[in-house]
Ligand binder design. Sequence first.
Ligand SMILES: Cc1cc2nc3c(=O)[nH]c(=O)nc-3n(C[C@H](O)[C@H](O)[C@H](O)COP(=O)(O)OP(=O)(O)OC[C@H]3O[C@@H](n4cnc5c(N)ncnc54)[C@H](O)[C@@H]3O)c2cc1C
Length: 611
Amino acid sequence: MPSKRSDSGLGSGLDFSDGSPPRGTQGVISTDNVNDQRNKAERRRLQGLQTAAAPKGRLRHDPTRPQKFGEKISIWLINEGRQRIFFILFLLLHLLVAVLGFVHYALKDNLNNARAEFGITFTIARAAALVLHVDVIFILLPVCRNFISIARRTPLGDVIPFDKNITLHKATGWAIVVGSVIHTLAHIVNLYRLTLANTNARTTGERVAFFISANFIIGPLITGWLMWICLGTMLWFAMEKRRNAGAGGFERFWYTHHLFIPFFVLWQLHGMFCMIKPDRPPYCSYNTIGVFWRYWLVGGVIWIIERILREVRSRHVTYISKVIQHPSDVMELQIKKERTTARAGQYIFINCPEISFFQWHPFTLTSAPEEDYISVHIRVVGDFTRALARSVGCDFESGRSKGAAAATGGKVINAVTNPAINRVLPRIMIDGPFGTSSEEFLNYETVLLVGAGIGVTPFASILKSIWYRMNNFRQGSRTRLSKVYFTWVIRDFSTAEWFHSLLHALEEQDSLNRIEINIYLTGGVKEDDINNIVVQDVGSEKDAITALRAPTHFGRPNWDRIFTSLGQKHPESDVGVFYCGPNALASSLRYMSTKHSDPRGARFFFGKENF
Ligand SMILES: Cc1cc2nc3c(=O)[nH]c(=O)nc-3n(C[C@H](O)[C@H](O)[C@H](O)COP(=O)(O)OP(=O)(O)OC[C@H]3O[C@@H](n4cnc5c(N)ncnc54)[C@H](O)[C@@H]3O)c2cc1C
């Protein structure tokens, strides 16, 4: 049953939370009463999107009305279509290469002897090998982050879903696994035929011995099985459940994935033995054997350049200039690094040799390009982040420290400008910055930014940058953005605190009401807190929890109403919807973006940051 607040909200367009009770309700009471009592105070503070009343008459933007087939296609193309078409093309390419390869090896007049000796499995093995070589072209490119960052800014960015780079890498990896299985099975049958044709092995025992021993003495077979050991190990540790298992799961995945280097070397050797010869000379020319490297070349060279670039960048003068310990196990590192230019919404890789020389961890920049330092907000979740927190002097374990951070919204632990509190900070190295979809926020006049929990980090940088641009701090960099809706979904109060100062500054400066902030609290609220909120909130101009003009909402956002309201307020506009956080919410937002897009009204372009 919808909450009372929802009911009242329906009429006025006030309540954008879904009315479902917050989770984690042990020792916690329903928030309906709070909602009722806060309504009056909120009503005065609610901003544009929230106060949207349903327009009279027929809506220009009505996504539920029947659409023509062409309109449905154009809506599908906005978010879903591009990715689906790309992956269909990916599959078609595989099919095409497999068919062409099969026809080629089945008809080639120089391979009659091989076909006569082994039959169709020879043709299948060769066609599968050709498809595998094509996969080698693609396997490294999606993990070349500099390459992707540059390519996404070219017209290619309109065609290729660069946000799905890791999905493409995985899809290519699976294609290599499938191709390898087909290739191996076909060659096992070929070996069986070779065994039967071996006149030296007359008894079954001799044939079995030959069949088994051939795997250890024939070059292509030895290298083939070694390649399987590498591929199988990479696959085993890369599986989602093992990679995210905690307790070193990611590290095991990361280190074993480097077996791709011996895998490629073995692949090159695998094709150089010239065991199955063509009918006519030249039997084994430079052009026909060991051609793996030609397919590998483009991706391989770009990958090597990226590694070299990382080495070069990691040698640039870099030091931590300030460490701030925030509530909810979040620490902020402000870093000075020479020769670094960043854009809002980008991320960097951080390495701390004191902790591990090999581990590079990605973190989104929370500083704006207009600032003279770069900053990251890091949530302490596992081995690396815990060790980093310790080495920069943060103490999230002791209650006293927690209290201090919570009370002030952040405690400065280290600062190069304040020797009194300074300690020796560890050396860090940085690679990047690299681009993400959030970078594209400036392409739209209206954007909806949605962060969940620590997933708010890319928007810290974006909101700061918008703030600088709105105030024209950098001549000539005024933005065409006219309206920004920022929505943050968090579980408890303290999560919001480290971000408060920025949101306050934005509200203060935003005299034209161009940024609308909405915070949704999805965790339970304690009885004591409810009383405090009610007492402070009634009649107040500011929210009792955040002290912002924008009220805090309880429960999950009602996306249907939010998107409907956006469509009404910005008809005929392209709205950029940018999200960072858990996958479940990403699916809802993608669905809503498609559902509420109207080819003759507002179109919602969804972009997701992969954490
Ligand atoms: C593009 C991107 C931006 C990110 N931005 C932020 C941010 O701004 N703030 C923040 O707190 N966190 C961010 N993260 C997550 C952060 O990288 C991980 O929390 C961190 O690496 C965890 O390391 P750990 O050893 O402490 O924890 P672990 O317990 O070892 O790992 C926790 C989870 O983090 C992921 N992870 C671990 N190591 C890596 C790695 N080297 N590369 C990629 N993922 C890894 C894995 O999914 C793992 O299951 C971001 C991740 C990505 C991919």
